[in-house]
Design a protein around this ligand. Structure first.
Ligand code: TTP
Ligand code: MG
Length: 581
């Protein structure tokens, strides 16, 4: 139950509507309980004495009560629907907010598909349960208890039959729950997997088509889907056996009641009306036990889902933040002091003992073979992750001393993967600064050389971009990402291999425009091509997580063998400097 503690915070809001629903329910139950007794009196008094006015009067009262009960039922239904839908909405909103606060490594703990299931399907289960709670939870025990009491009042001897059967039924329900719980946990995990396969397929649909892997993907999906079906059926079956068993037991006890009641009536110890009422109460007990079994089925699912939601709420929020964040001042100096970095969950550091400094306004390039840790390195400045040793400084202050949004608003980032969002080009560009003017927007677009293609698109700036920017070319996407970052007008610009899909001519145009119009900006530029880095103020060479060279192009050619190798391989020269054919 500890994992369900997160539900507490929704209780005040929930109870506001749930309590009136329960009051309405209580009235309904009282009506239900009074009807069989009234009926008994019609049989015992009215029919026995042929007292028609009595029959009509009592019948009228019964009708009135039934109508009133239905009205209450309507109100209660409205309230339960509203309260459970509201609860679902609140939980989903909070889950999304929580997901936004999580650090990268925390989000990766469950993976995107599971996070989505948790936010949708799992919340739905909890929502269902809350609906059941306001509809039948109070009703079932009340009806059960009331019916037992009324049965006792009518005839204690016969009521003993019921008292004998109810614990057996209770035990049956308990037994099923024990079996059901672990099964439903597996069902939710299976939903995660189905979502996962679908997500992966949709994300990589082009690759699937190119490699003609439809059959493979279909099989993968079928396997996940079959698995879900199998588990779902198994879980539902394990719960479904309760109902028939209960029916057999309850109908058995009604036979006993009629049997023993019959004997009593023949002996003149009991009235016919009482037997009718008694059977009615027994049926209500049966009905309420059924409700209890439904609610437990829903409860078992909701508990599993509630735990899964609780796991998300239980994740540590992002990174430890300073109590009193420092206000950033400065023009955008970057520095690393003996920084080392390990990916979460791994023991081998991907960056070792890195120290360098970038002065405000400088352009520093970072080059190194793939996997050498360039992206990992720049991620540290925006504090997507924390260093495991040493320090990362922005404007002379440790990044851990700033508030996260203050820090990140100082560093405009063009990530290695050109990620765009559903919306128009204009929406996407304005991400970093929603209130940017049209002139600022166009200036940023010109710097990124995106003015070369945006006007040619069908709707220009209002062209709709599909999810992930599917309707643009790689180079177009990269240019939009550069413009988006430039529009933030942050003092630091980090470009992670963000011109890899842009042809050399355009790339050098972007570089010269940046040099002319953004002289004050500190630029940290990652690139694979020597051409892209040659003109930087300084070039850092990264190899297997270590900084192996730092200096100008000419200096590095002189004294950094790794840089020389990269240069030669890209110029088509062999080690001795001869052209390779
Ligand atoms: P990167 O820092 O991504 O290497 P890179 O940017 O230099 O490479 P590229 O030019 O191809 O963009 O990765 C460095 C190491 O970190 C690499 O061995 C893989 C590892 N790594 C993880 O373990 N988890 C991750 O999420 C990422 C991105 C990298
Ligand atoms: Mg990279």
């Amino acid at each position: 139950m500890k994992k369900l503690r997160w539900l507490h915070r929704y209780m005040p809001e929930y109870l506001k509507l749930a309590v009136p629903a329960w009051v309405a329910l209580l009235v309904e139950v009282l009506v239900d309980l009074s009807l069989p007794t009234l009926m008994a009196s019609i049989v015992n008094i009215g029919i026995r004495n042929s007292d028609t006015p009595y029959i009509l009067r009592t019948g009228g009262i019964m009708l009135g009560l039934a109508l009133f009960g239905s009205l209450m039922g309507l109100a209660r239904n409205w309230l339960s629907t509203k309260v459970s839908q509201d609860l679902g909405t609140l939980i989903r909103a909070d889950l999304f907010r929580k997901a936004q606060r999580l650090s990268m490594s925390a989000i990766l703990k469950f993976g995107p598909s599971s996070m989505i299931t948790r936010l949708t399907n799992d919340v739905m289960q909890v929502q269902n349960m809350s609906f059941m709670l306001t509809r039948i939870f109070i009703r079932a025990p009340l009806l059960l208890l009331g019916s037992v009491i009324m049965a006792f009042i009518l005839n204690p001897g016969l009521a003993m039959i019921l008292v004998g059967v109810i614990p057996v039924l209770g035990f049956l329900i308990w037994l099923r729950i024990q079996r059901g719980l672990p099964l439903f946990k597996k069902v939710q995990a299976a939903i995660d997997r189905v979502n996962g396969v679908m997500r992966e397929y949709l994300g990589g649909v082009r690759v699937v088509k190119v490699f003609n892997r439809h059959r493979y993907e279909q099989d993968k999906f079928d396997a996940a889907n079959q698995n879900l079906t199998g588990l779902g059926v198994k879980a539902a079956r394990s719960m479904a056996t309760i109902q028939p068993l209960m029916l057999v037991l309850m109908n058995g006890s009604i036979i006993l009641i009629i049997w023993f009641g019959g004997i009593r009536i023949s002996a003149g110890n009991m009235l016919v009306g009482d037997i009718i009422a008694f059977i009615n109460y027994s049926l209500q007990i049966l009905q309420s036990m059924m409700m209890v079994s439904w609610i437990f089925t829903a409860g078992v699912r909701a508990k599993t889902s509630g735990d899964r939601i609780g796991e998300v709420f239980g994740l540590e929020d992002g990174m430890p933040l300073p109590e009193e964040p420092v206000v950033p001042v400065g023009q955008g100096a970057l520095e690393m002091r003996n920084a080392a970095f390990c990916w979460p969950g791994q023991s081998i550091p991907v960056l070792k003992d890195i120290s360098f400094r970038v002065e405000p306004g400088q352009t520093v390039a970072l080059i190194g073979s793939t996997g050498s840790g360039k992206s990992s390195l720049v991620n540290l400045f925006s504090r997507f992750y924390d260093v495991s040793e040493g320090a990362v400084l922005v404007d002379g202050q440790d990044v851990r001393a700033y508030g996260l949004s203050e820090l990140r608003s100082r560093i405009a980032m063009v990530p290695q993967q050109a990620i765009l969002f559903t919306g128009t080009i204009r929406d996407n560009l304005r991400w970093g600064r929603p209130n940017a003017t049209e002139e600022e927007l166009e200036a940023a677009v010109r710097l990124a050389c995106a003015d070369e293609f945006i006007p040619k698109l069908p709707d220009g700036y209002d062209t709709w971009i599909g999810q992930g920017g599917v309707n643009l070319s790689g180079g177009q996407k990269q240019r939009l990402c550069i413009a988006r970052a430039l529009l933030c007008s942050a003092p630091v610009l980090v470009m992670d291999d963000s011109t890899s899909a842009i042809d050399m001519g355009t790339e050098s145009r972007i570089r010269s425009r940046l040099r002319q119009h953004a002289q004050n900006m500190t630029v940290l530029l990652i690139a694979q091509r020597i051409h892209s880095v040659m003109n930087a103020d300084r070039i850092l060479v990264l190899d297997e997580g270590k900084l192996v060279g730092s200096g100008s192009h000419a200096a590095l050619l002189e004294d950094c063998p790794i840089y020389r190798d990269i240069y030669r391989s890209q110029m088509g020269l062999d080690r001795s400097g001869k052209e390779v054919v």
